[in-house]
Design a protein around this ligand. Structure first.
Ligand code: ADP
Ligand code: TRP
Length: 325
């Protein structure tokens, strides 16, 4: 089974990204043919500073490797190193119904946040479909916010297969319901664009500030509380051992739970969970030549796969005109 996912190099990596997408991807390392990439072309829709995008791309690659991605057990590359993806995006855009793309909420959400409406932002889902279909992916682990984009990829695969004959695997989204939407400090979906994140690689002080800022209600310590509606508990649950979680749950239900102490315990758990990754990230960024070599090797492997699909597409749509008799 081929499993593929990508992440944009725009902004600090947060625990929503980790539990929603990265951890499920890492879990596939031993069981599937795994494809992981840094979606720098997608990030161009919102980042318009070349230097920042380039640095962010390297950093995003270091993040993935630091968190345990083994480049020898997957194909790991930077999206722009495989230009075939843009060629496929164009082919798909010629069959993509306007209405299908116009319905995508992520475009509307971005406009509502004041991002300039550009053609790139609008056609974002078509490029994403190209990412997925180019490698004939079966499954795509993502957070729930990407579900509609996966539906676009499926629709375009089916439409192309119908018009030009069987070419693409029709992919499926893999959304784990327990981590589909990790809440942020304010209880809304954790997202860079809401400024409500807990960044994984923030330094000690910044991390503490964020964890202490998790919003809780004003119920006094002795009173019973509902863990299932508590944002702090939802985040704590991601890090705690089952036995400790059961104790904490009992305190919520029976009274005696102090939010401040639980936040400090959570802070310690987060520090511990990512301590090794932090060290590893420093090492990776200290050897940029080594890091680039990993990405070059990945790009070469990815391009070899992409070439096969793209050649089939060119023959079907007729852009490989030299074959005409
Ligand atoms: P952001 O919303 O912070 O901009 P991205 O859009 O870059 O995050 O998301 C990268 C990946 O992480 C996607 O697969 C996305 O679905 C997942 N993801 C992001 N935020 C969350 C969240 N709060 N809960 C679960 N998954 C998330
Ligand atoms: N749109 C995704 C996000 O913001 C990133 C992405 C680009 C992606 N291409 C993809 C994810 C292909 C999965 C498959 O998170």
């Amino acid at each position: 089974m081929k499993v593929l996912s990508g992440i944009q190099p725009s902004g600090q990596l947060h625990i929503g990204n980790y539990f929603g997408m990265m951890q499920p991807m890492l879990a596939h390392m031993n069981t599937s043919e795994l494809y992981v990439f840094i979606a720098n072309l997608h990030a161009m829709t919102t980042v318009h500073e070349g230097q920042r995008l380039a640095e962010g791309t390297i950093e995003a690659a270091a993040n993935f490797l630091a968190l345990g991605l083994d480049p020898d057990r997957c194909i790991f590359w930077v999206q722009s190193d495989v230009p075939e993806v843009c060629e496929l995006a164009w082919a798909l855009s010629t069959i993509a119904p306007m209405g299908l793309i116009e319905r995508c909420h992520s475009y509307k959400d971005k406009l509502a946040k004041g991002i300039m409406p550009t053609h790139g932002l609008f056609s974002y889902p078509v490029l994403m479909a190209a990412d997925i279909l180019l490698y004939q992916s079966d499954r795509v682990p993502v957070g729930k916010d990407q579900k509609q984009h996966l539906e676009v990829a499926r629709d375009l695969a089916q439409k192309f297969n119908l018009e030009f004959g069987d070419t693409f695997v029709v992919p499926e989204a893999a959304i784990d319901e327990t981590t589909a939407i990790i809440p942020g400090l304010d209880g809304q979906k954790m997202s860079k664009s809401y400024g409500n994140t807990i960044p994984i690689f923030a330094d000690g002080k910044e991390l503490k500030k964020r964890v202490m800022a998790i919003q809780t209600d004003a119920t006094p310590v002795e009173e019973a509380k509902n863990p299932d509606t508590c944002n702090l508990y939802t985040i704590f649950r991601l890090f705690a051992e089952p036995a400790r979680l059961a104790e904490v749950r009992a305190r919520y239900v029976n009274g005696g739970l102090a939010y401040g102490y639980l936040k400090l315990e959570l802070l310690e758990l987060i520090e511990k969970r990512f301590a090794a990754a932090r060290e590893k990230k420093k090492e990776l960024l200290a050897d940029l030549t080594g890091l680039r070599a990993i990405l070059d090797r990945g790009a070469e492997k990815a391009r070899a796969k992409a070439a096969v699909t793209m050649e089939a597409v060119r023959r079907k749509v007729g852009s490989r005109y030299s074959l005409c008799k």
